[in-house]
Write a protein that binds this ligand. Sequence first.
Ligand code: ATP
Length: 664
Amino acid sequence: MQYPTRWSMVLHFLRGSKRWFAAAIFSACVVSLLDLANPKIIGFTVDSVIDSGSASVPSWLSAFVKAAGGIGGIRRHLWLIAVLVAGVAAVRAVFRYFFEFFNTKGAEKLVKTMRDDLFGHILHLPYAWHSENATGDIIQRCTSDVDTVKTFLSDQLSALLRTLILMGLSLFFMFRIHVRLAAAAAVFIPVIVLYSLFFHSRIGAAFEKADEEEGRLSTIAQENLTGVRVVRAFGRELYECRRFEEQNRIYTGYWVHLMKVLSMFWTSGDLVSYLQTLVILVYGSYLAASGRITAGELIAFISYNELLNWPIRALGRTIAELSKTGISIDRLRYIMNAEVEQDAPDAVCPPMNRDIVFDHVSYAYENGQGEVLRDVSFRIRGGSVFGILGGTGSGKSTLMHLLDRLYDLPEGDGRILIGDTDISNIQTAYLRQHVGMVLQEPYLFSRTLSENIAITQKRVVLDEVRRAARTASLDDTIEHFTKGYDTYVGERGVTLSGGQKQRTAIAQMLIRQPEIMIFDDSLSAVDAETDAKIREALKKRTAGSTVILISHRISTLMHADSILVLDKGRVAAQGTHGELLEMNPIYRRIYQLQMQGAEEMQENSPEERQPEGQQSGNRQDPQENDPEECQPEGQQSGSRQDPQGRETVSGKARTEQNGEEARR
Ligand SMILES: Nc1ncnc2c1ncn2[C@@H]1O[C@H](COP(=O)(O)OP(=O)(O)OP(=O)(O)O)[C@@H](O)[C@H]1O
């Protein structure tokens, strides 16, 4: 839904709170009418005491005066007037209470609707939108700007109506008392409105800058709080403090500027208002002294002028607040007008255990430095284990983000198919439900371990959680925690190590057993032994699923059915480990470097100094350590089913066979 104007969005937000605000406005009107009654009562009383002949009884008071025995009765029993004034004040207090009650109800309902709408909308915005917008700024819009809009609608809107009523009726009574005196008072109204309008745009511009800078300040605070580990680890406290102080200085500067503009606005308002009171006092006293109005009328007139004065000032305030609110509404409209992810009307839910095809895919991030993927084409067999190897920044994760539709492939830049279906025609929720991704830096919520593992489930079933944790080699670790699966992991999983977080994320994915599982360098933080153990356990749990492994380690990928080598966004080669060793110099070189590195590490380890035959991790070739290596194909435990349900050789076995060929 799009909001072409500010009002269209405000009306949408007001949907649940309109009746509360209507009741509040009604109460405010009653209060205003009662405010206008007292000057009349006091004016009449003064005149009847000083000179009963000049006292004119207001029509709505005539019944009361008659019951009190006429003007003479009022003069003898002045306490009756006191009772009347107290009565009016009591009714006013009741309606004032109603006003506060209804207004607060409306305001709280409004703010709840706004926050719910914003949060729901933000969660449905594309991932690309989130990468382009700073989290701190979004939070600032959802808190500070929401508050500005709420304050305006709850305080200023009812005040505006009250103002108009008070102004209209005050002027009406004032003109009835003395036309010229009333005209002298009214002449100041356009002056105040004009200078308010003059300040309107200036206040708006100053507030916009201050608000933007507040957003930047929030972003710095939010980044530093979430990245506190990095800040500490790199001793960046002082640098970050300076950065915050600098931004705080800029923000304070803009805020001080805004306050200056507002002070000028208020001071000039005060000046005009005092000037008007002075004119009324001088001219009114002259009229009273010359007998053209009575003393009671002068008192009533001055009281009405007070009532008029306040709303005029309030009108100026409302105009000033309007400028700020307009900016805040625009900032919220920026969020609410951003397009949420939407499926094509004919989007489908096809079987997902089919071949995945990248067909001439090219991609450049909107805010990036040119093409990240260039004409990439390859096929991942459904139900197979597929490895992707490539240097940092070669586009491996981008491929997976495109497959999960975190970023959409623009038209004409190739296609990604699952089976025969272009993923742009697959329902997004369905696609993501069936594509599980474990990231290198997984995000955990500040909940318990079991809740994190079962995050995609409606309720936590501990047996399933334990099974997934066992496969991810996490159960032993968890058993050592005092609270076991009920251990609270802190914000972003801060109480866990990198490897523990990665394994929690693996368990998180295993529990829902998606048909396509992506491990994006997700074992980088665990040691080689645990890596091998997890991969072994995963083989059983991932059978039937298409598994995509992304890694810099060839030892992680070498058992895959097929490996893609990506180089600077282009496909450099594809094949099994054996084929690549034989045919691809880049792959061979990486393999040799990694093997050499592993051997050097072993030489430097204390174990290495033992006699050869006693070495526990004696490595000649990674494949030679595997007991499955020499088994005939049909007996290999890692056998899996292809999408059509046929038993196939496990990726690992096939790769090892190819590795064997390569060695030959
Ligand atoms: N959201 C983004 N906006 C702009 N550019 C991006 C974004 N994400 C990644 N890039 C750029 O795209 C390129 C490929 O990034 P990608 O994360 O796909 O590489 P990778 O092969 O997975 O790297 P690594 O192995 O280091 O994780 C990099 O140059 C990176 O700077």
